[in-house]
Design a protein around this ligand. Structure first.
Ligand code: ADP
Ligand code: MG
Length: 446
């Protein structure tokens, strides 16, 4: 891409994410002067736009630009003296730099209306979490309390948490809902202590009907914050107020979490979100493309879905780039352009485990037919290899238990949990068996 193309592509992506008026005001007359030695110089029409881009949009511009050209480490905005334009009217000043997607976030609840159940695609890997979230949104405070969702990065935790909040808000305007990241909660505690306003801080939480706290693993090791959170938690819980929590791992794996907080978390419903399976990745891509009013050929969706497996945010980011390309060039990218547009997102497909590869490797290792693993046959010589396959699905693909059960032998999630646990225990004790599993892994990753 030439530097002009790069900047056009940045603009195209920005255009997708902000209102038309904002785009016209701040971005329309910008140009790239040069990209050299890690520095991109952007020409802007006037000093007001310069200030605005620097203070408000810089982070997002940088993120996109850096994504397209990793060499860029710095951006300078220079007023283009040859084109002086009338100054745009100044909108109300916001101090923080916001992500584009956070523009419509409600200041009271911290909820972003873009996260809904309607646009959350359900597959075997997240259906338990989604069902629990929906149940809670219908009857806050009475079905599962707390609801604890966990899963890796970019797999939809925040989306689900926010969807619960938005849904409750839709049904009962009178409920007081608050979504907060555990980092923000922590800084609230810290500044309240510093300003001797702890009572006031606690009082604001007393009024909440639904408390949603995201990424609770960041509370690890922060004892004072945990203590305050414990009090907030208890007082809301006793009043049957709903508490919803997310984390990147289950409560028992969050180290330095006080025992009493851990047991509170474990007292409600715990649901995990695994890695999305291929079909759901396709469905997500198609739904998102449709939202953006773009249609790609089937093989493009398949290419993305096969190459990006473990992070829905990345999947979405890749799609956005292709959407931007398509809008700019009025045609779909070909495979070479896709590869160059996505080169820093895609990882080498050869070193990645897939359900297919695991099944093939296990079947080959134990000299069985692949079909035997997939069917429900209960012969002893098949049950154990199937358990091994289940274990590998869990370890290597982070598949959810319901997905594993269904895929391997049409079993339910308890069979999958039992199998994974059994294999894991045996691995700890039996060295020969551990070597056996390693050999299978080598086959998977070769
Ligand atoms: P996490 O909080 O687990 O890191 P997010 O909730 O922020 O992940 O999700 C990352 C992105 O992927 C968001 O833009 C979200 O809307 C999208 N996403 C995640 N899961 C789904 C899904 N099942 N259907 C549609 N979009 C999803
Ligand atoms: Mg999140």
């Amino acid at each position: 891409m030439t530097q002009e193309e790069i900047w056009q592509s940045v603009l195209a992506q920005i255009q997708l994410n902000i209102s038309r008026a904002n785009f016209a005001t701040w971005f329309k007359d910008t140009r790239v002067l040069e990209i050299k030695e890690g520095q991109a110089v952007i020409l802007v029409p006037n000093s007001f736009a310069k200030e605005w881009l620097e203070n408000k949009y810089h982070k997002s511009i940088f993120k996109i630009l850096h994504g397209l050209n990793e060499g860029v480490r710095e951006i300078r905005y220079i007023v283009n003296k040859t084109e002086t334009k009338a100054l745009p009217k100044a909108p109300a000043i916001e101090t923080e730099q916001l992500e584009f997607q956070e523009f419509k976030v409600d200041k009271e609840t911290n909820l972003n209306p873009r996260y809904a159940f309607d646009n959350f695609i359900v597959g075997p890997f997240n259906e338990l979490a989604q069902a629990a979230a929906q149940a809670v949104s219908k009857k806050p405070g009475s079905v599962y309390n707390p609801l604890f969702l966990y899963g890796g990065v970019g797999l939809g935790k925040t989306h689900l948490l926010q969807a619960i909040g938005n849904e409750i808000l839709k049904n009962t305007v009178s409920k007081k809902i608050k979504y907060i990241s555990s980092e923000k909660f922590t800084s609230g505690v810290v500044s309240s202590i510093r300003n001797h306003e702890m009572e006031k801080f606690k009082a604001t939480y007393q009024e909440i009907d639904v408390l949603i706290i995201d990424d609770v693993q960041f509370l690890a090791g922060k004892e004072k914050t945990q203590e305050e959170f414990f009090h907030v938690f208890n007082s809301l819980y006793e009043k049957n107020k709903q508490i919803i929590i997310s984390s990147d791992r289950p409560p028992k794996s969050i180290s330095a979490l006080t025992e009493r907080l851990r047991s509170r978390f474990e007292g409600g419903m715990i649901a995990d979100i695994g890695y999305p399976d291929f079909e759901t990745r396709l469905a997500i891509l198609k739904a998102k493309a449709e939202e953006k009013k773009v249609i790609f050929q089937e093989n493009i969706y398949e290419y993305l879905a096969s190459n990006i497996q473990k992070n829905i945010r990345e999947l979405e980011g890749a799609l956005n780039r292709l959407v931007a390309y398509q809008k700019m060039n009025k045609q779909s990218p070909d495979l070479d352009s896709i590869k160059s547009l996505l080169k820093n997102i895609l990882f080498s497909p050869t070193k990645v485990a897939t359900p297919r590869k695991i099944i093939e490797a296990v079947a080959e290792f134990y000299d069985l037919k692949e079909k035997d693993l997939l069917d429900s046959c209960r012969k002893k010589e098949i049950v154990r290899p199937r358990q091994v396959a289940m274990y590998l699905f869990r370890e290597e693909l982070k598949s959810s238990f319901p997905f594993i059960g269904k895929k391997l032998g049409g079993k339910d999630h308890t069979t999958a949990i039992y199998a994974c646990e059994k294999i894991r225990k045996e691995l700890e004790k039996n060295q020969t068996f551990a070597e056996e599993i390693n050999l299978i892994k080598q086959k998977i990753f070769c």
